[in-house]
Design a binder for this molecule. Structure first.
Ligand code: S3P
Length: 169
């Protein structure tokens, strides 16, 4: 069975949806950010702070290469995985790309009290979210299935994904 690959902006719900999806389907779940943290023994904010974003993207590319070799997994990707074409080509070899979208205002509400995302630790996170989402829109367009999670619960998103996957068969 092919992997289900969850892409989408920070706060789009990839982690909670991935876990629920795993519970419902019995498929194992793996998260590229968790893998990077395990491989390096460092937290994502520490990697950004001590090594910079470019180095983080290299580690991310390596993690993506490895998880792409799996099958029958739910793969949760970091929000920036889509930026690298090679990452997407690898993930697509044995995976269906499910893009979780949410409106910028919804993203802001979801992330405003969180501190573990270095890219959003800025003076005006609302503006940053809009800018990043606009810049990344063409990259997120690289998907098989898109779900707008803005007004859905985690369970509803999971049901939508399962329905869309069935329709694709
Ligand atoms: C990033 C998203 C984060 C994490 C890192 C960079 C991004 O993952 O990989 O902070 O560039 O969008 P989440 O999408 O799980 O927050």
């Amino acid at each position: 069975m092919k992997n289900i690959v969850l892409t989408g902006f920070m706060g789009a719900g990839k982690t909670s949806v991935g876990k629920k999806l795993s519970e419902k389907t019995g498929m194992k779940v793996i998260d590229t950010d968790d893998k990077i943290e395990e491989d390096t023994g460092m937290s994502i904010p520490d990697i950004f702070e001590k090594m910079g974003e470019i180095k983080f993207r290299e580690l991310e590319k390596k993690a993506v290469e490895e998880v792409s070799k799996l099958s029958n997994h739910i793969i949760i990707t970091g929000g920036g995985v889509v930026l690298n074409k090679e990452n997407m080509d690898n993930l697509k070899k044995n995976g269906t790309i499910v893009y979780l979208y949410a409106d910028p205002a919804v993203i802001y509400e979801r992330i405003k009290n969180e501190t573990h995302r270095p890219l959003l630790r800025v003076k005006d996170p609302k503006k940053k979210i809009k800018e990043l989402m606009e810049y990344r829109a063409p990259f997120y367009a690289n998907h098989d299935i898109k779900i707008d999670t803005s007004n859905l619960t985690v369970d509803e998103v999971v049901d939508e994904i399962l329905k869309a996957l069935k329709d694709k068969l």
